[in-house]
Design a protein around this ligand. Sequence first.
Ligand SMILES: [Ca+2]
Length: 196
Amino acid sequence: MENLKKTELYKTWQELPPWAKGVVAIAGTGVAIFAGVKIYGALKGLNKDKGNRSESSGWNKELDKLNSNPATRSTLSKLQADTIANQMFGAMDGLGTDEETLYRSARQIKNDADWAAVNAAYGIREVSSGLFWEKPFRGTLSGALSNELSDDKLNPTYFLIPGFGPFLALYGITSADTEISTFNKILKKNGTKYQL
Ligand SMILES: [Ca+2]
């Protein structure tokens, strides 16, 4: 039965006109390349997620360690850490970035344990780009922030936004700073050793 099937298939192949053989060969190669690319992408994604999970569990361990010492304990409740993580996610998810919300959230981080608590609360999430042709960013909070915040010099118009310019000045932030250095300055001023 198996042999018969093979023979039938071979016969059919032989009976095909040369152009049809070409079409079958090209289609077959296309399917093989497509499958290869898909498998490669899936493996790459798995590797990336391994890194994300490792960072995320690291933040949980760090939080436990810092919380076990009254001198380094987090100033935030679990609910506060969850809320800040959600606010940051909301500021990044979709088109554009709400920098003001990110800076306001950063101002609530008062020590390393707070930052660890917010990172642990954030875990691993998918931040939508808001553009159908651009893939969402899947990763940790530090990864998402680095992806969302710009490395270019701050837009001078920031300093014209009522209240926002003086707030930036309070942290020693000038128009020569970038969004990333602004975020880092806020964390540093509030006593956090971690930076983006
Ligand atoms: Ca965004």
